[in-house]
Design a protein around this ligand. Structure first.
Ligand code: SAH
Length: 356
């Protein structure tokens, strides 16, 4: 069976044509796909026999809420979903003055191995389909009652490692019959795969690109981000992206005590940012239980920021949203999996019910 949510408009139309159904029916069904319905039966303006034949031909798997947490500090809402195959991913909704932003996952787990990130601890399980990413948006709106105006691919996984599905997802949310969301309201955050950054620049989908740089020199970067292809090649790919799309690139920089927060590193970072015309986002490292890295303290962040600003770089220090709800990538999924494993262990310890 086909995942109907992952089909492009043209593919759905072609399927309907082959089945002898009129094009306007495909348009009618497609409208429903951008609403959070859980079955073809809920598509109330379709004739019953069509609903039945759709159910025979297509999957319409829908995520279930496993956990939902709301930050008492800032209203950030984090949802852990169960997917059709039992895997789980997280979505975070952040409320900003300019609108609600949903931060979605693009993979179950991650294979990039970054030393500070909880998402990669169990490795990559699988890619998410375009439909599963779309559902993160639709069902987060349904669950929170809050309309989403911006999307960032900054949850679990490396979006450029799931390139084709991410492009299909972008196509879906951008489509005027779909969500009609401007590419300017969509951000892709990547740990940095130079070929894919160039390919994305050539696609004609001018989304905002954020590079998780985290270290300006290869020695440090390869230590904390083992998939580092080399800072020079990343900077070159970002320059290409900025030139080709006319969009400003940003660098994410999680500040880790005594690892990437020296003044020499600030200087080198400033040089890279200048050559790309990039904005720098400093983030105090979110403590992850399994990792032994500490955040740079407030005064260290301030001096680092000043060193960058003195060199003409625009810098923001990201407010760390949702610190009280395990909001860093993969933390909630990790906690849930751990608790589920402990529960299973406990269940296994119980004597099995014997014959009466
Ligand atoms: N794979 C993509 C997107 C997912 S990670 C990427 O690397 O960009 C989203 C962002 O959160 C990245 O910038 C990542 O480096 C950062 N991040 C992960 N764990 C973190 C932590 N413990 N503290 C601060 N930022 C973290």
């Amino acid at each position: 069976m086909t995942d109907i949510l992952s089909l492009t408009k043209e593919e759905l139309l072609e399927d309907f044509r082959t089945a002898g159904l009129p094009a306007w029916r495909a348009a009618q069904v497609r409208k429903w796909l951008f609403r959070p319905v859980r079955s073809f039966d809920e598509m109330s303006n379709l004739p019953l026999d069509l609903r039945q034949s759709l159910a025979e031909r297509y999957h319409l798997y829908k995520p279930k809420v496993l956990r939902k947490q709301e930050s008492a500090q800032d209203g950030t809402i984090k949802i852990l979903w169960e997917l059709a195959d039992g895997n789980s991913v997280e979505t975070v909704l952040m409320r900003y003055r300019y609108g609600n932003t949903v931060c979605i996952s693009s993979q179950v787990g991650c294979r990039q191995g970054c030393a500070f990130c909880a998402s990669t601890i169990g490795g990559l399980v699988r890619h998410l389909s375009p439909g599963e990413m779309l559902d993160e948006v639709l069902f987060t709106e349904l669950e929170t009652g809050l309309p989403v105006s911006h999307i960032v691919l900054m949850g679990i996984g490396e979006p450029l490692d799931n390139y084709d599905s991410v492009l299909r997802f972008l196509d879906c949310v951008h489509d005027e019959d779909g969500r009609n969301l401007s590419f300017r309201h969509i951000t892709i955050s990547t740990c940095g795969i130079p070929d894919k950054i160039r390919a994305l620049a050539d696609e004609g989908v001018p989304v905002t690109l954020t590079l998780s740089l985290h270290a300006p020199d290869d020695e440090t970067r390869s230590r904390i981000m083992p998939s580092n292809p080399g800072v020079a090649s990343l900077i070159e790919a970002c320059r290409y992206y900025a030139r080709k799309t006319g969009r400003r690139v940003s660098f994410e920089y999680a500040m880790i005590k005594d690892v990437n927060d020296s003044m020499t590193q600030a200087e080198l970072l400033a040089r890279h940012a200048k050559s790309v015309g990039a904005h720098v986002n400093l983030i105090p490292l979110n403590y992850v239980k399994e990792r032994h890295l500490k955040p740079t303290d407030k005064s260290g962040i301030r001096s680092f920021q000043k060193a960058l600003e003195d060199r003409g770089i625009t810098v923001t220090v990201r407010r760390s949203l949702g610190g009280d709800i395990d909001a860093s990538c993969g933390q909630l999924r990790r906690k849930y999996n751990r608790q589920a494993a402990q529960k299973t262990e406990r269940e296994e310890e119980l004597p099995s019910p014997g014959p009466a």
